[in-house]
Design a protein around this ligand. Sequence first.
Ligand SMILES: [Zn+2]
Ligand SMILES: [Zn+2]
Length: 308
Amino acid sequence: MDTKRPMLMLGAHISISGGLDQAFSRGESIGCTTMQIFTKSNRQWACKPLTKQEIAAFKKAWQSSFIQDVVVHAAYLINIASANPEVVEKSTNALMQELSRCEQLGIPYLVLHPGSNKTSPKQKSLAQIAQQLDKVIESVPGNTMILLETMAGQGSNLCSQFEELATVHKTLKNKTRVGICFDTCHAFAAGYDMRTQQAYESTWQLFDQIIGLELLKVIHVNDSKKELGSRVDRHEHIGEGKIGNESFSLLFNDKRFFSIPKILETPKDDLAEDLKNMQKIVSLLRPETKNELEIKVVEREVEAKSKQ
Ligand SMILES: [Zn+2]
Ligand SMILES: [Zn+2]
């Protein structure tokens, strides 16, 4: 008889220093059951192709790990919404490369910042995002989904409002391989409140009406240094920012989201800080949630690297 309970799907953005496969032991050491990684330097366009050995080592480490979903974040340089055709071409090619790396590694989700555009009308930029996504998806067959991240709306960044994300999705030809990554800090900075039961429910109701909950595949869990609607993207440790504990308690005790990978992107110098945030989240779980889910988050402290 299988009495295994589903796991609390919680992890962090984990370093791939020393090789992609090394992320697993790092994530497991603090009890991550999901994690986000880059598959290449996130601040460079170019990268070496993955070798057979790298792919095999990654898959082997994953197979023997209790880490379930692995999420990749695409490089920050990519801007498929740009008004500059050269940037669009470079970005589209880079995104194809990122998607193909995910396919090779068997990764289900690739998180992407939809992009920014200072000059074009918004509707035109949103149509451009959909058009470029279609190109990328058509050129890289497979199963990995590109997840458009909800943005804070800083500067000329697009897709801070649910309507914009819905417009992109509705414009796509290849709808089945594009979903959404909801970032709590970004959404809060964009004006979506989650601080009371009522605000929390109405934000998710809006999300469901405008985008559809079935498109939600990953949640980035970050508190916010800045106020509701500030449109400024500054992540803070869980419970220490303007979003606060109540919102995260509502989120982590919400059965609708139990199976969705939830990833911390809070400020850190080392894993000890991720662990503190994960322990904080566990402390917000109600007894009935703790009964229902298996929790891998370690209870001991992990050694903090000396800060230099
Ligand atoms: Zn992001
Ligand atoms: Zn994020």
